[in-house]
Design a protein around this ligand. Sequence first.
Ligand code: SF4
Ligand code: SF4
Length: 124
Amino acid sequence: MTQGIILTSFDGDATDIVHQKAEQRHYSDFNSYVASVASWRVEKPVFNIDVCIDCQNCWVWCPDTSIISRDKQMLGIDYDHCKGCGVCVEVCPTNPKSLLMFSEQSGLDEALAAWPEKKKKEEK
Ligand code: SF4
Ligand code: SF4
């Protein structure tokens, strides 16, 4: 029988871990809380605060808890943990969207300068 290995989330005794604050915990190198996945991305979401209505859709739907929101105010993206899946862009309801995907190498100013205008409703 081939033996596997266990990648523990915390170093040392984790018995009372649920009662400890994040800064008190000893995260192992394998724990996604401390491991950056930024190098996985080809594209990244860019946030345009001028269009955002703080609906929190992106925060609810992000599969990696990488939307930073405090007191129901969208603040930005945790680029250490965002994997660039684009779900947040899909669920953003504003016109134009407040989150758009750009190449990983794009700078913020460059991305904001390329932001699309509001789309007009099509006449019937
Ligand atoms: S691109 Fe994906 S992982 Fe990154 S913030 Fe948006 S939903 Fe989360
Ligand atoms: S989904 Fe769009 S409008 Fe809603 S909080 Fe996120 S960025 Fe802002």
